[in-house]
Design a protein around this ligand. Structure first.
Ligand code: ZN
Length: 146
């Protein structure tokens, strides 16, 4: 079953860079920053380091997120994602790629539970009608809707 693609067009607004607080939660830090700046739609990216990592993998058959917790110290090799609205509030959906001391790489869907050791965040504000997330029948995920 396929559904037709949904797209929207934006102009870029302000571009912020932010050094997130040491010891804070990565996802909460991004969300708080967006709420503080009243950002409803944005592209986000980051690099840095974590002193704990929690990500998720979406089980497409069971339609549940499986949480994966990693203990240790990691580099944030890449974080990429977006901000849009869910229930009227900005929601950051991001995926993170982490590296350990042996150069091994892992990652997943960003969850709360990633402790910031250091993080340099870039937020590109998108100006236009923000997209809202809602339950998507085909995937069971809160995806963008018309
Ligand atoms: Zn995801």
């Amino acid at each position: 079953m396929t559904s037709k693609p949904l797209s929207a067009e934006y102009r870029t607004g302000k571009v912020y860079v932010c050094k997130l607080a040491h010891g804070g939660d990565l996802l909460d830090g991004i969300t708080s920053f967006c709420k503080e700046k009243k950002i409803k739609m944005a592209a986000v990216s980051a690099i840095g380091a974590l002193s704990a990592a929690t990500v998720a993998y979406y089980d497409q058959k069971k339609r549940v997120y499986r949480e994966i917790t990693f203990k240790g110290h990691f580099e944030i090799l890449a974080l990429t994602g977006n901000v849009s609205l869910k229930d009227g509030s900005p929601l950051c959906h991001a995926h993170v790629l982490c590296g350990d001391g042996k150069g091994r790489v892992f990652g997943g869907h960003l969850l709360r539970g990633c402790a910031v050791f250091a993080c340099e965040l870039t937020v590109i504000v998108l100006k236009g009608k923000p997209l809202e997330r809602g339950y998507d029948e085909a995937t069971g995920l809160p995806l963008w809707r018309e």
